[in-house]
Ligand binder design. Structure first.
Ligand code: BGC
Length: 775
């Protein structure tokens, strides 16, 4: 390997810039720099590589799926055949210490050089202990908590055979129509980048930099590189057409953050970018990832993404697609069988060099060495540990805590919530989610046992057992489902009104109605885009009937995306956004409803009033004709049939207590480069119970060499205050925080005036300050 590095180091940047054609071998890509930077590991990689035949090398680049999650057209897999030739580098979504051990044994039996297979999986929000979906967790604004849940996921996965996690998904998304919005950290770049780091830290669990030697450490994977969240019209896998500026300002930063945190791998995105499918995109993989960011880990394609370059109209066949992927610097082919089928031929024809293959193999071998798989191929197959850790009581308790902290209180009337345990009440429990179990884990919990999740019904029975609060249940209506074959909503279910009468009868004889509604779990997630984001089926119709009873209504929502709740927000008395809370769902929601846990989550994504406002996000541009909703005027950037403002803004969420901000101040009105300013605020809990507040810092760069958003999140602190307690919260502003891509795409802080808001959410402008950056 040293030989390879030496011979190509000299080619340097000039050759790199010159290599733009897709027809010849891209020599500039032929340079292996190790991820670990550890010469001992590099020597080991070199020595194994030098013994390998071309076929054996190509086999290392080949990845197959197990049986658990099939998320695309399964290619005509010849996995059995390749296994027997020792030509499978990695398999994903197979679980279980014993099962993985058995597969590894098979592999080693056939692998001439005894090269261990690398087992990967989508452990997106927990393995068996299912945590809330990532979007929900992000609403906790609690980075330590997210790191902890990722760690627990990794503890379980690594005991169950898995050494490589296809997570975190760090795609910024601003489109609730897109089902995969549930899998990310929301719409904001600053918060999304911090969450990316927290999740990488949690999954990888490495104590010292790049040390994967412990059996509970695993590789994380930042996905999907890049822009997947910007699919046109929110339709999954659709075209992405964004400017280079928004690529750099919005979509790249969480990936860069993952690199800075030491993430071991990347996954390509399905979409194209500026006309080039990401899986064959040299600009993002070579120029940005490898060269600018100096990322030396592994890159895997997404599911059949090499093959898909043919449908994109970028390659005429799988062979050409495989060459394009190699030239982009992709190391591993997930499912397409493009590399394993055509690379040999491509090498023989001189279209791909063996050195290119060596580099990809070296990256894969390095990971296998770092993970310790060469020393012990069964390191992740510890059946004893598996028994101990999977769904152990501490993990379940953590899942309950994370779920509590992910639930956003969107509206409430103190007369209806919290639902006190000591006050006698007849409560009608209505809706398809009261006893729903299967959906509570959300779509991506592929190993979470859906039969084990705690329903709302069970959570409430447990909480209010032996209290004067009495429940009466009626389902009222069902959740509409998707027909598996056509991928369309099936009208057979969820539109029938026959349960309405009973629900209304029960509601009439109650003091309070708790309604549990939402989306069936496969209505969000991959390949689950919607054009209508209201409550599915006739759930709103049922709510309208319940409303006629005149009884107070608390609406509890289980869903994977922001919904259009415009009617609900006006007509019900409280809204609890529970998302898909995971295995401890019922308990966590009961904790929040009862007030045993005082809700503290804040939205990380804007809730629009209607689907026509999408894309809508808090950090938009001002435009040349801004519209002021308090002083409407004609020929302004507005709608004639809807306000511009969202229903619930980014950063929004309520608590059962009230926080007051006082003495908001900035220590100076001028910031000199290299110096800092301090913004401070006294936050006082003036309500009747203890609680947590997320104090948010927003800024606006008033004039730039390019236009700047109306505001940007630049800091936040989550604090706990006992009732009556006051705490001073401080933020430090420095030059780094003010940096932006200027007109020449340089990352600089431009001198000039800035607005600052210390705020409860992105729409709160009550505490405004100003300062100026001076040279
Ligand atoms: C998804 C990836 C996932 C892969 C393997 C694809 O369809 O886009 O996020 O990791 O399947 O399950």
């Amino acid at each position: 390997m040293k030989r390879i590095r030496r011979s190509f180091v000299a080619i340097g940047v000039f050759m790199w810039l010159m290599s733009c054609g897709n027809t010849s071998v891209n020599e500039s890509a032929v340079e292996w720099k190790s991820y670990s930077g550890d010469p001992a590991i590099e020597r080991k990689v070199d020595s194994v590589l030098s013994l390998m035949t071309l076929e054996e090398k190509i086999g290392q680049l080949n990845q197959y799926s197990g049986n658990f999650a099939v998320t695309g057209e399964v290619a005509n897999t010849r996995s059995g055949e390749y296994l027997k030739k020792g030509m499978i580098g990695s398999t994903f979504n197979v679980f279980g210490a014993d099962h993985v051990r058995m597969l590894q044994e098979q592999n080693l039996k056939y692998s001439r050089l005894k090269i261990p297979m690398l087992f990967a999986a989508d452990v997106i929000h927990g393995l068996e202990t299912t945590f809330p979906i990532p979007l929900a967790e992000a609403c906790s604004w609690d980075l330590q908590l997210m790191e902890k849940s990722a760690r627990i996921a990794a503890e379980e996965a690594t005991a169950s055979g898995v050494a490589w996690n296809f997570a975190p998904m760090v795609d910024i998304s601003r489109d609730p129509r897109w089902g995969r919005i549930m899998e990310g950290a929301g719409e904001d770049v600053y918060l999304g980048s911090l969450i990316a780091r927290a999740r990488v830290r949690g999954f990888q669990g490495i104590d010292s930099y790049k040390d994967f030697s412990k059996p509970n450490t695993m590789m994380a994977c930042a996905k999907h590189f890049v822009g997947y969240g910007a699919a046109q019209a929110g339709r999954d896998y659709h075209t992405v057409d964004i400017s280079n500026r928004s690529l750099h300002e919005t979509y790249l930063p969480p990936f860069k953050a993952a690199v800075d945190e030491g993430v071991a791998s990347f996954m390509t995105a399905f979409n194209e970018l500026d006309g080039v499918p990401c899986t064959g995109n040299k600009y993002i993989f070579q120029d940005i990832l490898r060269h600018q960011w100096n990322f030396n880990g592994m890159v895997v394609t997404d599911y059949t993404a090499i093959q898909e370059m043919v449908a994109h109209g970028f390659a005429k066949d799988l062979k050409q697609a495989s060459k394009l992927a190699m030239d982009a610097g992709i190391d591993m082919d997930m499912i397409s069988e493009g590399f394993v089928t055509y690379l040999k031929e491509l090498v023989e024809e001189g279209q791909v060099s063996e050195k290119q293959i060596d580099v990809a193999v070296a990256r894969i071998l390095e990971m296998k060495f770092l993970l310790g798989l060469f020393d012990d191929p069964y390191k992740y197959c510890d059946a004893e540990r598996e028994k101990e850790v999977l769904m152990n009581p501490q993990h379940l308790q953590a899942a309950r805590e994370v779920a509590q902290r992910s639930i956003v209180l969107l509206k409430y009337d103190p007369n209806v919530l919290p639902l006190r345990k000591e006050v006698p009440k007849r409560v009608a429990l209505i809706g398809p989610f009261v006893k729903e179990r299967e959906s509570l884990n959300g779509e991506w919990a592929i190993k979470g046992d859906r039969s084990k999740s705690v329903t709302l019904w069970e959570g409430l029975q447990d909480k209010y057992n032996n209290t004067p609060v009495k429940f009466n249940y009626a389902k009222g209506t069902s959740l509409p489902v998707i027909d598996g074959a056509t991928r369309q909503v099936s009208t057979a279910q969820g539109f029938d009104r026959s349960g309405f009468a009973e629900a209304v009868r029960i509601a009439r004889s109650s003091d309070l109605i708790l309604v549990a509604m939402g989306e069936n779990f496969n209505w969000s997630g991959e390949a689950a885009s919607r054009t209508d984001i209201t409550l599915p089926g006739n759930q709103r119709e049922l709510l309208k009937e319940l409303k006629k009873t005149g009884k107070p209504i608390v609406l509890i929502l289980f869903n994977g995306r922001p919904l259009d709740l415009s009617w609900e927000a006006e007509n019900v008395d409280a809204i609890v956004e529970a998302w898909y809370p995971g295995i401890m769902a019922g308990h966590a929601v009961a904790d929040v409803l009862s007030g045993d846990y005082n809700p503290s989550a804040r939205l990380v994504v804007t809730f629009p009033r209607n689907v026509g406002q999408i894309p809508i996000f808090y950090n938009m541009k001002n435009t040349g004709r801004p519209f002021d909703e308090n002083h409407p005027a004609d020929y302004r950037s507005s709608y004639i049939d809807s306000p511009n403002s969202p229903l619930f803004p980014f950063g929004f969420g309520l608590s059962y207590t009230t926080f007051k901000y006082e003495n908001v101040k900035i220590c100076d009105t001028k910031l000199r480069r290299g110096e800092t300013l301090t913004v401070s605020v006294d936050v006082k809990n003036i309500g009747n119970r203890d609680g947590e507040e997320v104090v948010q810092l927003y800024m606006r760069d008033k004039v730039g060499s390019v236009t700047r958003p109306v505001k940007e999140l630049k800091g936040f602190k989550k604090i706990f205050l006992k009732k009556g307690e006051t705490q001073t919260v401080q933020f430090t502003i420095n030059e780094e925080l003010l940096k932006m891509y200027n007109i020449d795409m340089e990352w600089v802080a431009e001198p000039g005036e800035f607005d600052v808001w210390v705020a409860k959410n992105s729409a709160d402008e009550s505490n405004h300050l100003e300062f100026e950056l001076v040279d």
